[in-house]
Design a protein around this ligand. Structure first.
Ligand code: PBG
Ligand code: ZN
Length: 275
């Protein structure tokens, strides 16, 4: 992705200082472990890459809000978001304790918000219970509630080396044709204890953002994903679209659809131009 980089631990202090000067209030971080295994053990390792990264960011900029994405796909050698059964499908229930432990480890490391993106059924309840039992009763959960099985995650998967080795994520992510399921998933996650909900992707799902915004009173976040970013930046690089205007209009549309928070790769560029 143009202007997006994988950062090493030793660059994070500088990054945190830059975010502070740009007044970017929050980041979501993703890890690329040195090695991956069948169970994704790097996700909950107490010295895992994200656990170390949070501490570096917080040391350099204590006010920065750090969101921890909870999923196994960056850590499993097969690239799926949970444990596999012998037939190659994901075992929902056996995955839950691993996600819960990942959430606890990220919170211990200093994450302010826990954001489960795995899409297993019952994960919000499992994570809420585990956080409470560990004494983290105040740590909020931002649930990727309406997350669709999208083609727009491609550049992220390339960057995180998390493309499934076989099959796809349609068994656990929502069908792009199904608008009603989004509100169902949101209500389920809130009943399980989510504090905020997310719609993902954003631009091809503005109708879903609006439906969710109208259905609930909690904060709604929208994730403007890697493929949306790449599509715009590619068109701008080719001279087909006018840069800043097209970016700002796209972000504005997400806001207009009803998102309170936008998670976007454009954040630093936007802040440089507007803050
Ligand atoms: C992990 C996860 C993904 C993204 C965020 N968390 C990839 C996926 O579900 O395959 C995608 C983010 C992006 O495309 O920017 N489950
Ligand atoms: Zn995943």
């Amino acid at each position: 992705m143009p202007d997006q980089f994988r950062l090493g631990l030793d660059t994070l202090a500088e990054e945190a200082a830059e975010l502070k000067s740009l007044q970017v209030p929050a980041v979501m971080i993703f890890g690329l472990p040195e090695s991956k295994d069948e169970r994704g053990s790097g996700a909950w390792a107490r010295d895992g890459i994200v656990q170390q990264a949070v501490q570096r960011l917080k040391d350099a900029n204590p006010e920065l809000i750090v969101m921890g994405d909870v999923c196994l796909c960056e850590y499993t050698d097969h690239g799926h978001c949970g444990l596999l059964q012998p037939d190659g499908s994901v075992d929902n229930d056996l995955t839950l304790p691993l996600l819960a432990d990942t959430a606890v480890s990220l919170t211990e490391a200093g994450c302010d918000i826990i954001a489960p993106s795995d899409m297993m059924d019952g994960r919000v309840h499992a994570i809420r219970t585990a956080l409470d039992n560990a004494g983290f009763v105040e740590t909020p959960i931002l649930s990727y509630a309406a997350k669709f099985a999208s083609a727009f995650y491609g550049p992220f998967r390339e960057a995180a080396d998390s493309t499934p080795a076989f099959g796809d994520r349609r068994g656990y992510q929502a069908d792009p044709a199904n608008a009603r399921i989004a509100v169902d998933e949101v209500l389920t996650d809130l009943a399980e204890g989510a504090d905020m909900v997310m719609v993902k992707p954003a631009l091809p799902y503005l109708d879903i953002i609006r439906r969710v915004r109208d259905a609930v009173d909690v904060p709604v976040a929208a994730y403007n994903v890697s493929g949306e970013y790449s599509m715009l930046m590619g068109a701008i690089a080719n001279g087909w679209l006018e840069g800043p205007r097209a970016v700002d209009e796209a972000l504005l549309s997400i806001r207009r659809a009803g998102a309170d928070t936008i998670i976007t790769y454009h954040a630093k560029d936007w802040a440089r131009r507007h803050i």
